[in-house]
Design a protein around this ligand. Structure first.
Ligand code: CAA
Length: 258
């Protein structure tokens, strides 16, 4: 499939990369771009040779938010009808881990898109924020919920009520990102992490991702139940037999991914 607003490649074995590619608009997220992001991720999720994905922008901008020019033309009724830009941020249902590799601006919907991913690797120049308040609106793609769970109430309030922006070090300190690297190294780091995931049992990877996400989406009891269920599924896999045997025989496991 050919795309107009994103670039798609495989920078290392087992790693699929989706690069937002509207540099003239700081990768502002419009409907055609989000449709392409969803399609590319679905394609990688169904591709057996891919173990993990990277979602990235360019060095100047991951994404400066939802496309304000598109938002300006939309009515509330069109939004309510459910076919609009905001619905396209719903990238649920991807089983493989997605790493956001963020450099420069990750604002509004851009920050929300990064938080939709499973982990964020940032360059030292990354800036995270939710400036929707300046437009007379509020975050609409999960920002008030995901950011509050990550940063806590007080800081989330300040970020979203006053457009306080967090630099990479602050984002690291508050758990929004897992790693910060110099601008010429953040992509290599993201690829390295994706490749490490690719070296594991893909059964265990999927089940781990799912269980961790339950911690953000459900109550403790429901999350513990989901963990128990996923643990049992992993325990029934051929990879469990291989992984435990390989440890005892002091050799590297050869995963079957089933
Ligand atoms: N939508 C549409 N176009 C955008 C954009 C956006 N979110 N952000 C930047 N652009 C465009 C600008 O209009 C400009 O295009 P032109 O050259 O055609 O005028 C181009 O990208 C470059 O931008 P700037 O000249 O503004 O670049 P800068 O370096 O001076 O400033 C910036 C960078 C601080 C990020 C500034 O562009 C900015 O404030 N952008 C808007 C950020 C924002 O408010 N994001 C939230 C959007 S709403 C949202 O996301 C809702 C939601 O929850 C889903």
């Amino acid at each position: 499939m050919s795309y107009e607003n994103i670039l798609v490649d495989q920078p290392a074995a087992g790693v699929g990369r989706v690069q937002l590619n509207r540099p003239q608009a700081l990768n502002a997220l419009n409907s055609p771009l989000m449709d392409e992001v969803n399609a590319a991720m679905q394609a990688f999720d169904h591709d057996e040779t891919i173990a993990a994905m990277i979602l990235t922008g360019n060095d100047k901008a991951f994404a400066a938010g939802a496309d304000i020019k598109e938002l300006a033309e939309l009515t509330a009724m069109e939004m309510l009808a459910g076919q609009s830009l905001i619905e396209r941020f719903d990238v649920k249902g991807i089983g493989k881990p997605i790493i956001a590799a963020v450099s420069g601006f990750a604002l509004g919907g851009g920050c929300e898109l990064a938080m939709l991913c499973d982990l964020i690797v940032a360059s030292e120049t990354a800036v995270f924020g939710q400036p929707e308040i300046n437009l007379g609106i509020i975050p609409g793609a999960g920002g008030t919920q995901r950011m509050t769970r990550i940063l806590g109430k007080a800081l989330a309030m300040e970020v979203m009520l006053t457009d306080r922006r967090l630099n990479a070090q602050e984002a690291l300190q508050h758990g929004l990102v897992s790693r910060v690297a110099p601008i010429d190294q953040y992509m290599d780091l993201a690829i390295e992490i994706a490749s490490k995931i690719g070296g594991r049992s893909q059964v265990a990877v999927r089940l781990t991702k799912d269980a961790i996400n339950q911690a953000y989406e459900t109550t403790l009891n429901a999350g513990l139940e989901a963990e128990r269920r996923n643990f049992m599924i992993a325990f029934a896999s051929e990879d469990k037999d291989e992984g435990t045997r390989a440890f005892i025989e002091k050799r590297k496991a050869v995963w079957k991914n089933r």
